[in-house]
Design a binder for this molecule. Structure first.
Ligand code: SF4
Length: 321
């Protein structure tokens, strides 16, 4: 256990929280609350359009995490306007927004097309930057040079789907790239001074909590600004749902208390400079093939993680070397 120092003495992020939280990172970066507004700009994905495969990653169903206002037939400015109204009803405090390009692979187009799309978002009132989700194999030097220039005038972060640190798993779930590809993209992004995030899933087949604990070291050594962690959620009618029916023994399934316990242990080994955006994913129950923990919201999971960190008097990075 850590000694009883005050939290602001021991944490590099000086917020008093026991992990490096995304909400506080935003407040420090922008001086106020900033809300992400999700956009579907109509991109596709090389793992779906046949460039790599037609099947996609075996767990993927983009409709499961697309808000209702967010449809590719609508213009970028209309999606942003509707998204702002949607969020104002829920979170009244935000009056600055980041355009969040979430669906599919949001750098999978020519540079001219990308510029056209991103400029439409940046021209919207109160939009102060871009959050761009993409695959690590959908980026190149020319695009990175553009993002580096754009980063000089507004907030830009590239968020890569890494999902697993194991090449065997990435092949098993048909990701269509290996872990080195993710490393190269992250290194090249950070080397240009562009903010960089990554997404990981705990629960893919043939992996175990012992494997995921090892990831804490690997992730800690990467030049990442932010990370998102999700438990595996098996979406109805995906290849993963069929695979799970056939091979249930290959899936490690956490109970909620086990997951909280795992996350707290994981955080202890995670580089304290990396901001953690999420500990869990939230998919509407109608999409789920099987519900792991019933109806629990992300903020309830966050509360349980923070409560457990406090009970154990521990914090992100306590065991990080
Ligand atoms: S890369 Fe993303 S959008 Fe493409 S198939 Fe995989 S999860 Fe789906």
């Amino acid at each position: 256990m850590a000694s009883q120092q005050s939290t602001s003495e021991i944490f590099p992020w000086h917020t008093g929280r026991r992990f490096n939280s995304y909400a506080d990172y935003f407040k420090q970066t922008f001086g106020q609350r900033v809300q992400k507004v999700t956009i579907n700009a109509g991109f596709t994905c090389p793992n779906r359009d046949g460039k790599i495969s037609f099947g996609g990653c075996s767990y993927c169903d983009n409709s499961a995490f697309n808000p209702s206002y967010c449809q590719k037939g609508k213009s970028i400015s209309q999606q942003i306007a509707e998204g702002i109204v949607f969020h104002k009803n829920r979170y009244r405090r935000a009056d600055k927004y980041l355009a969040y390009f979430q669906a599919y692979s949001n750098t999978y187009a020519s540079l001219d097309e990308l510029k056209h799309i991103y400029n439409q978002a940046l021209e919207c009132e109160n939009v102060v930057g871009l959050v761009i989700g993409t695959r690590p194999d959908c980026i190149d030097e020319e695009k990175l040079d553009y993002f580096a220039r754009l980063s000089q005038r507004c907030y830009v972060i590239l968020e890569y789907g890494v999902e697993s640190c194991s090449d065997k798993t990435l092949a098993l779930v048909n990701r269509g790239h290996d872990f080195q590809c993710a490393r190269r993209a992250i290194d090249a992004t950070a080397a240009r001074g562009i903010k960089c995030g990554a997404h990981f899933i705990f629960g893919l087949p043939k992996e175990s909590p012992a494997d995921w604990q090892q990831w804490a070291k690997i992730i800690s050594a990467m030049p990442l600004d932010t990370v998102k962690f999700h438990q595996l959620q098996i979406i109805k009618d995906t290849p993963m749902a069929a695979y799970c029916q056939q091979h249930p023994e290959e899936f490690y399934s956490f109970t909620l208390p086990q997951y909280i316990d795992f996350i707290v242990g994981f955080l202890e080994h995670l580089n304290p400079n990396i901001v953690v955006e999420r500990f869990a994913g939230e998919v509407p129950p109608r999409f789920l093939d099987q519900s792991l923990w019933g109806l629990i919201r992300n903020d309830q999971i966050l509360q349980q993680v923070e409560k457990t960190l406090a009970q154990r008097n521990t914090y992100q990075g306590r065991l990080y070397k």
